[in-house]
Design a protein around this ligand. Structure first.
Ligand SMILES: NC(=O)c1ccc[n+]([C@@H]2O[C@H](COP(=O)([O-])OP(=O)(O)OC[C@H]3O[C@@H](n4cnc5c(N)ncnc54)[C@H](O)[C@@H]3O)[C@@H](O)[C@H]2O)c1
Length: 450
């Protein structure tokens, strides 16, 4: 009887706060996912506090300074100036929040097992301060079962009852960095609640900032939905990459095949080959599922195979460069390779897990001398601790090189320059397509496509 009375009261009180924007929202982890989300919530009138371990990011936010490309500088500064968005490293106030959204990293351990220590860490801190009426939403990508098996027990240590005293959802983030068409606001969102009341609370929250919110029957379904989406990409990228390697043997141009196949109006979806996969999602997330599957004596063969092919692509690119130089009587040892693009994909500044960095590492080991240019990544430090700095795309630099290696197809780069000034261009993205047509055979460089 008591439950029947308290449930609607707590849920309706929370919903009311969400609907009238008086709910205080905490976002744990204000990176690529958490920051855009926090700004969207603040823009519609919520007061948002970003909780992050990184004091540099926290200071930047409090000064109204942006560090994520997909976030609009002005919009961020406006919500900070208006007092609706601030950040802190002090988690002792997280209990004040009516809603806590968790967007912390979910990397892999060196053995390729899920590292959910970040989720545990936040779960413990939130659990210690949990109070009736709070909603906790996990957005970090993870294996099916994490919300119920890992996060929930940490929150239940409070003695409070889920679905009655507090509410828990999983709602995967689908942000596509660099995608101007689909942003946080107009990308459909999936939500799974631990109980029906949890789902209702989560739906109410997300409907305030997202155009289409889709309820699913449990957090597990929402968790698997996200990992399935990323596995779909990983497998299809691997398929086209394998085709590229076969085309190389057959002496057929993969890009012509992909262009032609893409004209079919049904039954095919375009994926482009490249030097491998990067970022925080595609190279990692499928392994979360593979790990969970093993607990059920299930071997997810597509994931393992796709991983194997995609991880092998930097080695294939290295082989293409070595062969292309050899054909011109030049050894890789001592050759000057000018790398164009180190971000893991077009028009972004994220170089985490970037295959470009792996290719550079392989060529360095072969004795190549390497420079790079990336308009979005002015500098970075590789795994061996070497500091790298982007150099300008100058005529002298290109003329001095033995090979220009295009690893990322940023749209702001003028690809006519390497074609006109370098002796050899190895293009893993078909980035030079338009420039080749414009130069109409007048390029100095020999061009080798993936
Ligand atoms: N980047 C993407 O494109 C993308 C897309 C969809 C989903 N995801 C998923 O979202 C999650 C976050 O990814 P991201 O790219 O935003 O990572 P990120 O590294 O950009 O941001 C994570 C933030 O969490 C902070 N952090 C780490 N430990 C913390 C802790 N214990 N408490 C509070 N903050 C902590 C870090 O300092 C960092 O600022 C991951 O699970 C990722 O797989 C990422």
């Amino acid at each position: 009887m008591q439950l029947v009375e308290t449930l609607p009261v707590r849920l309706s009180a929370l919903k009311r706060k969400i609907l009238d924007r008086s709910a205080l929202i905490g976002v744990a982890g204000i990176g690529y996912v958490g920051l855009p989300l926090a700004v969207e919530k603040a823009k519609v009138g919520f007061t948002v506090v970003g909780y992050d371990r990184n004091p540099i990011r926290v200071d930047q936010i409090n000064q109204g300074l942006n560090y994520i490309r997909d976030v609009n500088d002005r919009e961020l500064a406006d919500v900070v100036d208006a007092g609706r968005f601030s950040a802190t490293t002090d988690f002792s106030t997280i209990g004040r929040c009516d809603v806590v959204i968790v967007c912390v990293p979910t990397p892999l351990t060196p053995n390729m097992d899920p590292d959910i220590s970040y989720i545990r860490n936040v779960g413990e801190m939130v659990g210690q301060q949990l109070r009736p009426g709070q909603l906790v939403c996990l957005e970090s990508t993870t294996y099916p079962g994490t919300t119920n098996e890992v996060l929930l027990p940490l929150l239940e240590r409070s003695g409070l009852v889920v679905g009655e005293d507090f509410f828990v959802c999983f709602s995967p983030e689908r942000v596509d960095p660099g995608n101007a068409r689909y942003t946080t606001k107009n990308t459909n969102k999936v939500v799974g609640g631990v109980t029906p009341a949890c789902l209702e609370a989560g739906m109410t929250l997300y409907q305030q900032t997202i155009m289409h919110v889709l309820p699913v029957s449990s957090p597990k379904v929402a968790e698997l939905t996200k990992v399935f989406e990323n596995t779909f990409r990983a497998v299809n990228i691997a398929l086209v990459n394998e085709m590229a390697m076969l085309c190389d043997r057959l002496g057929i141009g993969i890009w012509e095949v992909v262009d032609a196949a893409s004209t079919k109006p049904f039954g095919i979806m375009r994926f482009d080959p490249g030097p491998g996969v990067g970022g925080h999602c595609i190279p990692l997330d499928p392994f979360y599922l593979a790990w969970k599957a093993r607990e059920y004596d299930f071997h997810v063969r597509f994931i393992e195979l796709a991983g194997e092919i995609n991880v092998g692509m930097p080695y294939f690119v290295r082989e293409r460069v070595v062969r292309a130089l050899n054909e011109r009587g030049r050894a890789i040892k001592g050759a000057h390779v000018f790398v164009l693009g180190v971000a893991y994909k077009r028009d972004i500044d994220d170089f985490r897990e970037s295959p470009a960095i792996k290719v550079m590492d392989l060529l360095l080991k072969d004795g190549a001398r390497i420079d790079y240019h990336d308009p979005h990544v002015p500098s970075f430090t590789d795994r061996r601790g070497n500091a790298w700095h982007s150099i300008p795309l100058s005529k002298e630099g290109l003329e001095r090189s033995d090979c220009v290696l295009i690893l990322t197809d940023h749209t702001s780069v003028d690809y006519a320059k390497p074609l006109q000034w370098a002796p050899l261009v190895v293009d893993t993205r078909n980035a030079t397509k338009t420039a080749r047509q414009q130069l109409d055979g007048k390029a100095r460089a020999g061009v080798v496509l993936l």
